[in-house]
Design a protein. Structure first.
Length: 171
């Protein structure tokens, strides 16, 4: 990795806060995409249920291959919805459950353990850069997991939808 020009500690902290803000925006964007995916997948499942009613196209399919294709498509749509839900579930693990160590004052799960006086003392006596960089790494790991879950959700929804459409058209 090429060496860059050294920056001041204040500049490093300012840059870390900018990255923190950007990660927060990306998290909101991924959560919005997951919510959209869940809405579309739920609508697709409702459509399949409606088309499976008595006298409807999906209820009149015959043959083992068509039945397996339909149920596999429904399974994929259900899995896609579950993946979308997993993308938006809070992910903090054990972080923030117990009292924070010295200098941990970025994550709200840690902040809730401090009194205002203790927090003021922490902010006045500890460099924020280590806490910030730790939080940036944690946020990035969470965001990457959310991103993967949304991609998996959309892929399963697409596969399930195509499978149901093919089975519905030819089954």
């Amino acid at each position: 990795m090429p060496q860059g020009e050294p920056v001041s500690r204040d500049e490093a902290v300012r840059t870390a806060w900018q990255i923190h803000s950007t990660l927060g925006e990306w998290t909101r964007t991924i959560d919005a995409k997951a919510s959209f995916a869940l809405a579309m997948e739920s609508a697709a499942l409702a459509g399949v249920a409606a088309m499976s009613g008595s006298g409807r196209r999906l209820s009149e399919m015959s043959g083992l291959v068509a039945q397996i294709g339909l149920w596999l498509g429904v399974l994929l749509l259900g899995l896609s919805a579950a993946l979308a839900v997993l993308a938006v579930l809070p992910r903090h693990g054990h972080q923030g459950r117990s009292a924070p160590a010295q200098g941990q004052f970025i994550f709200y799960g840690h902040l809730r353990h401090w009194t205002p006086e203790q927090l003021a003392d922490q902010l006045g006596r500890h460099d924020p850069l280590p806490a910030l960089t730790g939080q940036l790494v944690t946020m990035s790991e969470i965001l990457w997991t959310k991103h993967r879950r949304v991609r998996q959700s959309l892929g399963c929804a697409l596969a399930g939808g195509v499978l149901i459409a093919v089975v519905g058209a030819f089954g």
